[in-house]
Design a binder for this molecule. Structure first.
Ligand code: PSU
Ligand code: MN
Length: 305
């Protein structure tokens, strides 16, 4: 069922650092061809950080861990076509049993990464609690509470209810790290005014926290939040205005459930004339690099003990 690419299989067998990457951002998060360019830039950034990238997806019912260039191009071309199932935890057995193509969300990628023995995962933003819909809580949050994978992201987009998202992460027992930051980043904006649980400034410090979680026998994951690079950030007020308008319009049009996040992401790109996409691309590659560096530090730590 699990199909690691030869490069990923070899890296794992040799105990080298590997970083998982998601594919919903390719099919449901960004338009073609920017989605393919960004996915490849992210893989390059992980390599720059010193680790092997493993982009995860379901192709014809097979769980692929480490997509090839052709496979990334294929998925990229399906953006917006509704031919690829958005696969959270719930959807994985459906896509596998029915031989479908599926793009993995943060939750779906965590499940597959853990199965494959990969501890680090880089993405842009995690799902959360939807504004005005306190029962639409992304399965990403519960996955972080139950699967021991470290997710490196720039927090959650302000299309979500960030204080509620923060509360659910606490309930789920997820340590939220600010990487070089005291406050939770809000994706395009470098902060949203909410505190993180701990600020850590180096890959080695993060690796030590992951190791401590492991020694405690906790099955939860860890969330490392990295502010977007300063030069790529959006004006926080513009980002907030676009998020608020998109959330309002989604309600008016009755968009809900799994369709909600992809719809909101697309609408925010339109409302900001593509400026949100520039920020998105920059933070995705930056997070790939940081995750690669943490994966390297984690391997080094294991060799020390
Ligand atoms: N946030 C983003 N970009 C994304 C997503 C979230 O800024 O592409 C995607 C991720 O794959 C995430 C998913 O796991 O949306 C969350 O969807 P939902 O809210 O339906 O759980
Ligand atoms: Mn949802």
């Amino acid at each position: 069922m699990l199909h690691p690419s030869p490069q990923v299989a070899q890296a794992l067998a040799q105990g080298r650092p590997v970083v998982a990457l998601e594919s919903t951002v390719i099919t449901h998060g960004l338009p073609y061809p920017q989605n393919v360019e960004t996915a490849l830039a992210m893989e390059a950034a992980v390599r720059e950080g010193g680790a092997e990238p493993a982009t995860v997806a379901v192709l014809g019912g097979r769980l692929i861990v480490g997509l090839s260039l052709d496979e990334i191009e294929y998925l990229g071309q399906q953006a917006g076509a509704a031919t690829v199932r958005k696969c959270s935890r719930r959807d994985l057995p459906i896509a596998v049993a029915c031989g479908e193509d599926g793009a993995t969300t943060v939750a779906g990628t965590m499940v597959v990464a853990h199965l494959a023995g990969i501890e680090l995962f880089a993405t842009g933003g995690i799902g959360g609690v939807h504004r005005g819909h306190p029962f639409d809580v992304s399965a990403d949050l519960r996955e972080l509470g139950q699967t021991p994978v470290t997710v490196v992201s720039s927090g959650a987009k302000s299309i979500l209810d960030l204080p509620a998202t923060r509360e659910v992460l606490e309930t789920e027992g997820v340590a939220v790290i600010g990487y070089g930051a005291d406050e939770l980043p809000a994706f395009f904006a470098r902060s949203c005014g909410l505190p993180v649980d701990v600020r850590l400034d180096t890959p080695d410090q993060v690796a030590k926290l992951i190791a401590a979680r492991r020694r405690l026998g906790l099955s939860s994951g860890t969330l490392v939040t990295v502010p977007a690079p300063e030069e790529a950030c959006m004006d926080p007020e513009e980002a907030e205005a676009a998020a608020a308008q998109a959330a309002r319009e989604a309600d008016e049009q009755g968009i809900h459930g799994p369709a909600s996040t992809p719809w909101l992401l697309r609408r925010v790109v339109e409302l900001t004339d593509g400026r949100s996409m520039v920020a998105n691309t920059a933070l995705l590659t930056n997070n790939g690099r940081v995750a690669g560096q943490i994966a390297v530090a984690l391997v080094a730590l294991r060799q020390d003990v």
